[in-house]
Structure formats: structure tokens, C-alpha cells
Write a protein that binds this ligand. Structure first.
Ligand SMILES: C[S@@+](CC[C@H](N)C(=O)[O-])C[C@H]1O[C@@H](n2cnc3c(N)ncnc32)[C@H](O)[C@@H]1O
Length: 256
């Protein structure tokens, strides 16, 4: 992605995450979510972290705050939720005000590449954010530093096959400005950053299953026909990229 935090922020806010597109994505993923599988998938992943109440968690790229709210409300965790998109955060702040969780969830505009805390978090959680980040070595080094000893890292992300890619997939990745890794690239990056107990999973089949459910949601939404058609096309292409082209979806777990 771009070199400075603020360049990144305008790239996100003026591009993929305009207020209108966020609200459209949210209709598909479910209230307060902008990632595959919505709240059900998030709940399963948070359970996997297996944290005691009052553990301190960093949600990197929290978006509208759905996961952070679940962590606080259903698991009794204290959450620092950071995001670089001001459009996301403005909506997240409105939603937080409605939850009564202000003492358990802190929302902050912050680039995860500019994270300077040390030995602070019991866990770091992130959903489909790292695709936006070019300097993944710096990313994982920062996250490692921010975790307490034995702290846990759990994330999901859009991934890819080894190159060469099909031309449609290359065009899609370039057009979005994504920086994708293979599932095994992520294992290496985590290893180099110092993480242990690394578990990596190719969850592309789950991703396709989520997309199909989201497609049913799109069909049932009370929206303009043109919006429905455009969302359906986006989701059908997503399924196609994961089924027969080079897109993968990964889930990753590691500890310090
Ligand atoms: C696909 S959305 C996922 C949002 C949320 N994790 C969810 O599950 O609904 C990706 C998010 O990553 C954020 N993001 C991208 N680059 C970031 C960075 N360098 N630091 C913090 N957040 C970032 C975007 O602004 C966006 O909100």
C-alpha cells in the first residue's frame, strides 16, 4: 500500500470504503460487519482465542466494530479497536454509542504499521485487513512486539495461489491495490517475526459457503434493482475467483 498512514487513509476512504459502499457491504455481511461470515464466523473465531474475561485484545482494522462489540459483550474482553478508515470509524463510533460498551471498547484511528506498544496485549485479532498492507514483515514485527509473552494472534485474510495467476485475477488484485500472500507465505512471515505454535488453514471452501449465503441475502434485500444487480455480480465473481481462479481464504493462529 502507500508509504504514509494518511495517504493510506485517503486511499481507503475515497476508494473501497466510501460511506455508501460500507453501508452496502454491511447489508450483505450483517450489522456491524464487513467481512466473510459476519457475526457467526466472528463468534467462532473469538471462541478459538479462549481468553479469560478482562483479557486485553487489539482488533486490527476493526471496521464497523462488530467483532470488538462481540468480544466485549459476549466474552467480557477489553478491546482496543483500531482502523485507518475515518469513514469506518465514524460509523463505528455511532454504533458504539448505541451499545453501552464504551468502557470496554476503545475505538482509535490508527495505522497498524504505526503501532508502538510493547508486551501489552493478551491477544491480537484481525479480520480481512492484511490484504491492504504491503509491508507484512513490518506488520508482523509490530504485532509480535505489541503482544505479551504467550500472547495469541488470530487473523483471517484473502490469500492467493502461487504465481503465475490467471489474467482476470491479476487484474482484480491490481485494480483493488491488494497485497496478497499465499497461505504458506503467511506461515513463513509469522515464523520470521518470531511467532511459535503457528497454525495455518486454507479455508477457501468456507469462504465459498459464506459467499453463497451472502448471495441469498442479496436476493432478499429490499434495495434498488441496480444495487442488487451490482452486488450479485460482485459476489458471483468472488465465488468464481475462489472456485476456479487463484483466490484463497486463510485462517491463521500463532502465539508469542
Ligand atoms: C474488509 S474490512 C474488515 C473490517 C472488519 N475487520 C470486519 O471484520 O468487519 C478491512 C478494514 O481494514 C482497515 N485497514 C486497512 N488498512 C489498515 C491499516 N494499515 N491499519 C488499520 N486498519 C486498516 C480498513 O479501513 C477496513 O476497515
Amino acid at each position: 500500500m502507500h508509504e504514509s498512514g494518511s495517504a493510506c487513509q485517503s486511499f481507503l476512504d475515497a476508494g473501497q470504503y466510501t460511506r455508501d459502499s460500507i453501508l452496502k457491504y454491511e447489508l450483505v455481511y450483517g450489522t456491524n460487519f464487513v467481512s466473510p461470515g459476519g457475526a457467526r464466523c466472528a463468534t467462532r473465531l473469538i471462541k478459538k482465542l479462549d481468553l479469560p474475561a478482562y483479557a486485553r485484545v487489539l482488533d486490527v482494522g476493526c471496521g464497523l466494530g462488530g467483532s470488538a462489540f462481540l468480544m466485549a459483550q459476549d466474552f467480557g474482553l477489553d478491546v482496543d479497536a483500531i482502523d485507518l478508515s475515518e469513514n469506518m470509524l465514524a460509523l463505528a463510533r455511532e454504533r458504539l454509542a448505541q451499545t453501552g460498551l464504551k468502557n470496554r471498547v476503545q475505538l482509535r484511528n490508527q495505522d497498524c504499521l504505526e503501532l508502538y506498544v510493547q508486551n501489552y496485549y493478551d491477544a491480537i485479532y484481525s479480520r480481512d485487513v492484511f490484504l491492504h498492507i504491503h509491508d507484512k514483515q513490518k506488520l508482523f514485527s509490530n504485532l509480535y512486539t505489541a503482544l505479551k509473552p504467550s500472547g495469541k494472534l488470530l487473523f483471517t485474510d484473502y490469500c492467493c495461489d502461487e504465481k503465475p495467476w490467471q489474467s482476470d485475477f491479476s487484474a482484480y488484485v491490481e485494480n483493488r491495490g491488494y497485497h496478497l500472500c499465499t497461505v504458506s507465505d503467511y506461515r513463513k512471515l509469522l515464523d520470521v517475526a518470531g511467532f511459535g505454535f503457528i497454525e495455518t488453514f486454507d479455508r477457501t471452501k468456507d469462504f465459498i459457503r459464506f459467499c453463497k449465503t451472502e448471495l441469498d441475502t442479496i436476493n432478499s434485500l429490499d434495495i434498488a434493482q441496480s444495487d442488487r444487480t451490482s452486488l450479485k455480480n460482485d459476489w458471483l465473481k468472488k465465488i468464481e475467483r475462489a472456485r476456479v481462479s487463484n483466490q484463497r481464504w486463510g485462517m491463521f493462529y500463532a502465539s508469542k
